[in-house]
Design a binder for this molecule. Structure first.
Ligand code: ATP
Length: 302
């Protein structure tokens, strides 16, 4: 029995260490059912380690991962029946034909939907009688998505699935993912280096850096409430107190730029009260700039 009110993913204090490297540190996150969550982060941020832990493929050093109400450490196979997973590297039996692979994977899932599988085969134009070893990288990625989607999982997890794909294949791949999103009752978690993909697909965005989750907000909310303020420092000195929510700042000669999360007019009031500061303008940021500012800001504090 599915409990629609429970979160699709609930991570509590999740931690992963590889020797002296802490790949994921005390990460807590709730992803509600029916939402699409885009996880951004620079190389080595800990995205894949997080995804592998919640997929039961990597041991957890501290904390818990609950997926579809199942504690992953207790019952990974019960969880996997209900989840579709597209890993960064696609492990598909290379000696089998596409038809054989589909038949093989189908046998593990009572919920397999033949009609959907055929639709995806058409959409992706996959050569059914060709061996996996003879498929292009893009074809393998699309086959991996087809296998993950055809059992109509309650949760679809994609780990940088589109890296290295050409723009046309990316488009086809995205169309496939959008089919799951459009069903409305499925949850999608995907990690990506593509700001465009996140902007296009995600309801909620997480930004990871150095194993920590810096942000976890609805995309519209994040874009609407984070502003870049440009100001002139009349005497070249920074005010003693930065506005609350400042995530990044830069000073070049007398020009001062700062990016403020949770911006309100109080920030301007505070800055204007400083005799030495003249605010020049306040501007919106695109997701790419916002992502860079969060990471650059975290680099200077971590
Ligand atoms: N098997 C491993 N052994 C040792 N260290 C590892 C291992 N896997 C990952 N790491 C380290 O853990 C950290 C997080 O890596 P992870 O692959 O989770 O990041 P990522 O955000 O997915 O990176 P990318 O975007 O480059 O794929 C990095 O410092 C990485 O070097």
């Amino acid at each position: 029995m599915i409990n629609q009110t429970e979160a699709a993913i609930q991570l509590q204090g999740l931690t992963k260490r590889y020797g002296k490297t802490t790949a994921v540190e005390d990460l807590s996150l709730v992803i509600p059912r029916g939402s699409t969550f885009g996880l951004l982060g620079p190389n080595g941020a800990g995205k894949s380690s997080t995804i592998k832990m919640l997929m039961g493929m990597l041991s957890i050093d501290a904390g818990t991962a609950t997926v579809l109400g199942i504690n992953v450490a207790d019952s990974p196979s019960a969880m996997k029946q209900r989840v579709g997973y597209v890993p960064e590297l696609h492990h598909i039996y290379r000696w089998m034909t596409v038809r054989k692979v589909i038949g093989f994977v189908k046998s593990f899932y009572p919920s397999w939907n033949d009609e959907l599988c055929d639709e995806l085969l058409d959409l992706f134009e996959l050569p059914i009688d060709r061996k996996v070893a003879q498929l292009s990288k893009g074809m393998v990625a699309k086959l991996s998505l087809l296998l993950a989607m055809s059992h109509e999982p309650e949760l679809l997890v994609l780990d940088e699935p589109m890296s290295g794909l050409d723009p046309l294949v990316r488009e086809e791949f995205l169309d496939g993912v959008l089919r799951t999103i459009c069903r409305g009752d499925s949850t999608v978690l995907f990690s990506s280096h593509s700001i465009d993909d996140v902007q296009r697909l995600a309801d909620d965005v997480g930004i990871m850096y150095h194993g920590r989750l810096l942000v976890n907000r609805p995309l519209d909310d994040l874009l609407g409430s984070t502003k870049r303020v440009r100001a002139v420092l009349r005497d070249g000195c920074l005010p003693q107190h930065l506005p609350e929510g400042t995530i990044w700042q830069s000073v070049q000669r007398r020009e001062w730029s700062l990016t403020v999360a949770g911006f309100s007019t109080d920030v301007l009031t505070q800055l204007r009260a400083e005799n030495s500061v003249e605010v020049v303008d306040v501007a919106d940021l695109c997701l790419e700039d916002l992502f860079k500012d969060y990471v650059k800001g975290a680099k200077t504090t971590i």
